[in-house]
Design a protein around this ligand. Structure first.
Ligand SMILES: *Cc1c(COP(=O)(O)O)cnc(C)c1O
Length: 393
């Protein structure tokens, strides 16, 4: 069957597969060589040239899953983000990106880009018109993150890509939260699609990697810088990531289903004051999410009601563990006010919409009734006992 018509699970399983010509084994062989012959061969192979057999095979899988011509595999999500941005930005250029973007991306732009004479505007709003208002004569790149971290804001991909095309700008998206299973930005005209493969692509909390998918011409431009910066991924990890990605469709579907059911449950719970999930009808981005996503993703956020204690809630959980990262098969949570946004002042946090009792939840693949039971018992344990009630006891 034609590859372009295959479904996502078929692509996850088969795209980029390397034939074991010697022994006819079922899985892609691992070629860990860092040294390849240069004589009598067409391709000069070397891991930092991003062209070992396993690197190229996995890049094909990522490209196919993102409906793109070509791909590159990196040593981390931030290697993919930094190399992609710097490939299209130089001294005197300007970048537009969302205020609510991944912390590492913000640090890269705020701490490093000034040294290279690259200017940036962080936009607070999520509409294409907010991006448009930030465009300057020297703007080169519009950078998106949708759904965003941690409040799951949505941005209309087609509106931004149309805007960028009319102004001759390059569009990039950090597609980590959606994963290629739930969202293919190339279908909506976005040029360059970036992933922290540490998250849903790896999915088992044991791989750090990054990936980019785009047209062959855009990938070549990123590659020209990538080979000089040197952020390639070891073939051992490439091989493990290829294996992980075979189950990505199944995992992400289960995680998205769990997130939808959990968000519906939590919305009716008296211990919760607010739930942020694009799959809920009253989420401000729900209509956009329905138009550009196949599923609403495995990430949700919620605020505990004022009568619940966040620390007690977290400590009482049995299955769900506090964790810095996300997207693994096990459910985890973080308090952004104590982690990603911990260095902001209380006023800055409030401006960013990050309540102290906000919990960012990464759904795993556990059975939903177990997750609901765990959260229910932890919410009960987190109820603050008023001074009066304590006395009566
Ligand atoms: C984790 C993450 C990154 C960075 O990826 P690393 O693999 O940690 O370098 C970038 N964007 C998003 C949305 C992430 O969650």
């Amino acid at each position: 069957m034609e590859q372009s018509k295959a479904g996502m699970n078929t692509r996850c399983t088969h795209s980029g597969h390397l034939e074991d010509l010697q022994f006819k084994g079922a899985v892609s062989p691992l070629f860990p060589s860092t040294s390849y012959a240069y004589d009598g061969v067409d391709t000069k192979r070397y891991p930092r040239y991003f062209n070992t057999p396993n690197q190229e095979a996995l890049a094909r899988k990522v490209a196919d899953l993102e409906h793109s011509e070509a791909g590159l595999i990196f040593g981390s999500g931030m290697a993919a983000v930094s190399t992609s941005l710097l490939a299209f930005l130089g001294s005197g250029d300007h970048l537009v990106l969302p205020e609510q973007s991944y912390g590492g991306t913000q640090n890269l732009v705020r701490e490093e880009f000034g040294k290279y004479g690259i200017e940036a505007t962080f936009v607070t709003g999520t509409e294409a018109s907010d991006f448009e208002a930030a465009i300057r004569p020297n703007t080169k790149v519009l950078y998106l993150e949708t759904p965003s971290n941690p409040l799951l804001y949505l941005t209309d991909l087609e509106a931004v890509s149309g805007l960028a095309r009319s102004r001759g700008l390059v569009t990039m998206i950090d597609n980590t939260f959606a994963s290629p299973i739930n969202q293919n930005p190339a279908d909506f005209g976005i040029d360059i699609i970036i992933h922290s493969a540490t998250k849903y692509m790896g999915g088992h909390s044991d791989i750090c990697a990054g990936a980019v998918a785009a047209s062959a011409a855009h990938i070549d431009r990123i590659f020209q810088l990538a080979k000089n910066l040197g952020g390639s991924l070891s073939d051992y990890t490439v091989w493990l990531l290829e294996r992980s990605m075979k189950t990505m469709g199944l995992r992400v579907k289960a995680q998205s289903q769990n997130a939808l059911e959990l968000s519906r449950h939590l919305r009716t719970h008296t211990g919760i004051s607010r739930v942020y999930y694009p799959g809920l009808e009253d989420h401000p981005g729900h209509a956009i999410a329905k138009a550009q996503m196949r599923g609403f993703g495995g990430m949700l956020s919620f605020e505990l009601a004022p009568d619940r204690d966040a620390d007690r809630f977290v400590k009482a959980l049995k299955w769900v563990k506090p964790s810095m990262s996300l997207a693994g098969v096990e459910s985890t949570l973080t308090l952004p006010s104590q982690t990603s946004h911990g260095l902001l002042s209380p006023e800055e946090r409030e401006k960013a919409g990050i309540a102290d009792e906000l919990i960012r939840f990464s759904c795993g693949i556990e059975d939903i009734q177990d997750l609901i039971a765990d959260l229910d018992q932890a919410l009960a344990a987190a109820a603050k006992v008023s001074a009066g009630a304590a006395l009566i006891k």
